[in-house]
Design a protein around this ligand. Structure first.
Ligand code: GLY
Ligand code: MN
Ligand code: MN
Length: 449
């Protein structure tokens, strides 16, 4: 009979993880990196939130289990990766499923050495000794490992004057890994394409199903169902935002507890996760099938803003230019709608527009929905876009229901549109156009035409 532990495998090729480790090791020089697996989190009492591996840990090892620590040692040509893992345990595995174990870590995850996690302290001091720094992320989420690493560093600080060596600095692995993760490899882009297609499928389903009388929670369930049904590696990237009526003006509305009413707009912000990679789409559609005239005017402004922002995405262009392009169209729209009065430049300068558009237009997208990577360099200048980066573009207009100084027919309208965009060698590619944007097309889908 086959061993169930053999099914615990990395999701990309072993070479992909090895190349990433070599790039990372080259960058940390004489350091040693200590990376814990993502934490297991409790929902309540002894019920856990479904486990998801930490993104950095996955990126460098592909190892899917909790309770593991990776130690990367550039100075040791024979032992680049040491994995400390939960050992095989037939009794526990009956309850919680197969573990790769020490053998699996070596055979299938490219570890040059592997030990039971209980032996970490025994080995860690020796592994750290030759290094000039420990690369360890101080997140506060690694349980007592953080304290144990800091105690070892404190010990080396004490012995270094006589020993002449030993790591006395703690450095942030993110300073190297974030930049690596920011530019996606072809295998990553393929997964992101699949995640984008799946999210588009979910959005099409809710546009068809969302009508007066339906609960916001039912649309959330439909999104979850669509993503999860697509495969074992598929699920939701984050809890969906389904905001009908004035709920659409709450940026991170999560209650999803209202029944949709006649004439409502429904704002749906939802993404799928496929093989650890996320998508993030927002569409806003009319529950009754047709936009009212004021809804349509606001919609078309947000749509024009999205188009302008995507037009600013190409290699060498500043990241900040995307927000600037979106904001200019939105602020002109606010003037045209009678929400603000004055010159566009002055309204941008005074930030008066923030009453109706209070968030940034883009974030990086990858294994994390709000993915890692710098937006500005150390001089405060915007970074430039490069092929392989993926960012969202998500302009919106949010007109509070109680804004009694603005035209009445606009009050309580909230519209956001969000696409995921890959920077390519000669411009950009919108990954999320499997779900329409054009107002007429959205109406056709809502009406089931
Ligand atoms: N779904 C969160 C965001 O759009 O950033
Ligand atoms: Mn979103
Ligand atoms: Mn987003």
């Amino acid at each position: 009979m086959s061993d169930p532990a053999a099914a615990v495998r990395p999701s990309l090729s072993a070479d992909t993880y090895r190349h990433r480790r070599e790039r990372f090791l080259a960058a940390i020089g004489e350091g040693v990196a200590v990376l814990p697996a993502g934490p297991e989190l409790l929902k309540s009492r002894d019920t856990e939130i479904p486990y998801r591996q930490g993104s950095d840990f996955h990126y460098l090892t592909g190892f899917p289990e909790p309770g593991a620590v990776a130690v990367l040692t550039p100075h040791d040509a024979e032992h680049r990766l040491t994995l400390f893992v939960r050992p095989r345990d037939p009794e526990r595995e009956v309850w919680n499923g197969a573990r790769a174990g020490v053998e699996g870590a070596r055979e299938r995850f490219g570890a040059d050495a592997a030990y039971p996690i209980e032996q970490l302290d025994e080995h860690l001091k020796k592994l750290l000794e030759p290094a000039d720094a420990v690369w360890f992320s101080l997140t506060g989420l690694a349980g007592d490992l953080e304290m144990r690493v800091l105690r070892l560093v404190a010990g080396f600080r004490g012995t270094r004057p006589r020993a002449g060596k030993g790591p006395v600095d703690v450095r942030d692995p993110g300073s190297v890994l974030d930049a690596m993760r920011l530019v996606k490899e072809p295998e990553e882009i393929a997964l992101m394409r699949t995640a984008a297609d799946l999210a588009a499928r979910g959005h099409l389903a809710v546009m068809r199903a969302g009508r007066p009388g339906v609960g916001e929670w039912e649309l959330q369930a439909l999104l979850d169902h669509t993503y999860r049904s697509a495969g074992a590696e598929c699920g939701t990237a984050f809890p969906a935002i389904v905001g009908s009526g004035a709920n659409a003006t709450t940026l991170h509305y999560h209650a999803n507890s209202r029944r949709i009413e006649e004439g409502d707009l429904v704002l749906v912000d939802s993404g799928a996760e496929v093989g650890m990679y996320c998508s993030d789409i927002t569409r806003t559609f009319p529950a009754s099938g047709r936009f009212s005239a004021p809804q349509r005017r606001v919609y078309d402004i947000v749509r024009a803003s999205l188009d302008a922002a995507i037009g600013a995405i190409h290699p060498g262009a500043p990241f900040s230019g995307v927000h600037e392009a979106a904001r200019r169209v939105l602020v002109q729209g606010m003037v045209d709608l009678g929400l603000l009065t004055g010159e566009v430049d002055a309204l941008i300068e005074s930030e008066a527009f923030k009453r109706f558009y209070m968030h940034q237009t883009s974030h990086w997208l990858g294994m994390d929905v709000h993915d890692v990577g710098m937006y500005r360099d150390s001089a405060g200048e915007s970074v430039d876009l490069q092929p392989g980066m993926v960012l969202t573009v998500e302009p919106g207009l949010y007109i509070p229901a109680d804004a009694d100084d603005v035209p009445e027919e606009l009050r309580g309208i909230g519209i956001r549109l969000e696409d995921d965009v890959l920077v390519t060698v000669d411009g950009n590619e919108i990954l999320t156009r499997g779900v329409p944007l054009d107002a007429d097309e959205v109406e056709r889908i809502c009406l089931g035409e």
